[in-house]
Ligand binder design. Sequence first.
Ligand code: MN
Ligand code: MN
Length: 392
Amino acid sequence: MKNPPNHPADSRDVPEPIRGDGTGWWDLGPRNITRDRENPDLLVPPATDAGTLPNLRFSFSDTYMQLNHGGWSREVTQRQLPIATTMAGVNMALAPGGVRELHWHQQAEWSIMLVGRARITAVDQNGRNFIADVGVGDLWYFPPGIPHSIQGLDEGCEFLLVFDDGKFSDLNTLSISDWFAHTPREVLSANFGVPESAFAYIPDHQRYIFQAEVPRPLEEDRVADPYGEVPLSYTHRLLAQKPQRTPGGTVRIADSRNFPIAKNIAAALVEIKPGAMRELHWHPNNDEWQYYLTGKGRMTVFAGNGIARTFDYSAGDVGYVPFAFGHYIQNTGDKSLWFLEMFKSDRFEDVSLNQWMALTPEDLVAENLDVGAELIDALRKEKWPVVKYPGF
Ligand code: MN
Ligand code: MN
């Protein structure tokens, strides 16, 4: 396409909203070129995109950052990404010794350690405790209503928390300091059998995250529990789990089948190698909440009725796919793309388009799509350039 008269657009090293077939025109007005570079499939959508689909991406970089002595947190919930009704995510970091205070909530909490190490504590409804140290690639899970805490160890840490409710906010939950601050002192005195003066210096509001000393080694910090430890472990070593390997990447699935405490949240950690893609598929159980850990990718979501939209994702982004909508994820960068697929469900489930077609009478498939022997043969040979999930 020719430049408009008197505009040096051809010499600008910037992406323009012009498709290869000549549709579109130069963007010569106000624009955020950094954003345009990050979102090539929004600036120039594939010609197959059509219709209205709400936003399916939100970056943790675009949300409020809660800074405390001892750490920080930020969250992507239904408030930031309105379509994400089933789940919400919190990205949190704790300095060495930094504490996410003793608290609980109405939602299930699923977690993965991204950097460093932390100590977690919990006590269940039968008085059984759980105290453990977690490192990179470890998961932990607190059932709804079970009180818990997280504290950074020597090197500090950063992790992702996922809750089974899009309206969740970690800034507005049930905390021990908040409860003490809002209980009459004489009631605290009667409850614990100590004088009111014992509570002279308690915090007058929720502490949320605060700085403390790095805790003692785990063995010295254990609390003997007459009722024993919780029967189902609250942790799972996901990265230690042997991955399912395919030509295009790897996948590790953690759900109630191999992480039995995780009854409300199922996850898959997926690696897509450069040039590969997570095949066309959908999920027959619930919406998909995604978190991108490394690399770059794009996803087109097909909603039926001629509607499809493509989004670009990179590390720190949240993606979302409504229940049963078709999608793929393609690595668009030059290194491995790692991301999490999360579901408000007791198990991971998906339906592969390739598998569906391969297991259907071939004449029916060929006539339905007007395709020839080439595709039918490819399906039969299972030479799929995909990250395929064989399941357990
Ligand atoms: Mn929590
Ligand atoms: Mn999926």
